[in-house]
Design a protein around this ligand. Structure first.
Ligand SMILES: [Fe+2]
Ligand SMILES: [Fe+2]
Length: 164
């Protein structure tokens, strides 16, 4: 199989597998405070930044090593954007305490081959992040929080797409 045909097939498989997960997430976003979801986003951004940073020194391929390094910096930037937005909404992000790793991040940190890390981290986790963010933006838009939508649309989502 040609490399490009493989990528097209893999992309289709991924979209089919993720669709039910993301649509379930969409219907669960019906109430609550967007600030709570922004705090979940803070936890995710710092967890992904740490994951990418953890993989830098033990990834031998220089192009992948650099991709993880750039990703770690980008996710730290997302953390800062979300923290600034929370501050504007009256939440003190300095009081934020990163939660312990959940089962997903414990698993991801255990991956030790470059192919596994690309497949699980850059390819799959970033696709989930992009879809979850799209759901969150639709939720914010429905609540009139256009500024949070703008931050995600202009800064965060282009990075998440690039990480894929
Ligand atoms: Fe991010
Ligand atoms: Fe990302």
């Amino acid at each position: 199989m040609e490399g490009s045909a493989f990528v097209v097939e893999l992309e289709r498989f991924k979209s089919e597998q993720l669709a039910p997960i993301l649509s379930a997430g969409q219907t669960s976003l019906t109430g609550g405070d967007p600030r709570q979801l922004l705090q979940v986003a803070l936890a995710n951004e710092i967890s992904v930044s740490e994951l990418a940073a953890l993989w830098i020194p033990t990834t031998r391929e220089i192009d992948v090593k650099l991709a993880f390094a750039r990703q770690a910096g980008d996710e730290a930037g997302h953390f800062q954007l979300v923290a600034d937005r929370l501050a504007a909404l009256g939440f003190d992000a300095a009081a934020f305490q990163p939660p312990p790793d959940n089962a997903l991040f414990t698993y991801l940190k255990s991956l030790d081959s470059t192919v596994q890390r690309i497949a699980a981290g850059l390819f799959t986790l970033e696709a989930i992040a992009y879809g979850v963010n799209e759901n969150f933006m639709a939720y914010c838009a429905s609540r009139g929080d256009d500024e949070t939508v703008r931050i995600y649309r202009e800064y965060i989502q282009p990075d998440e797409r690039a990480h894929q």
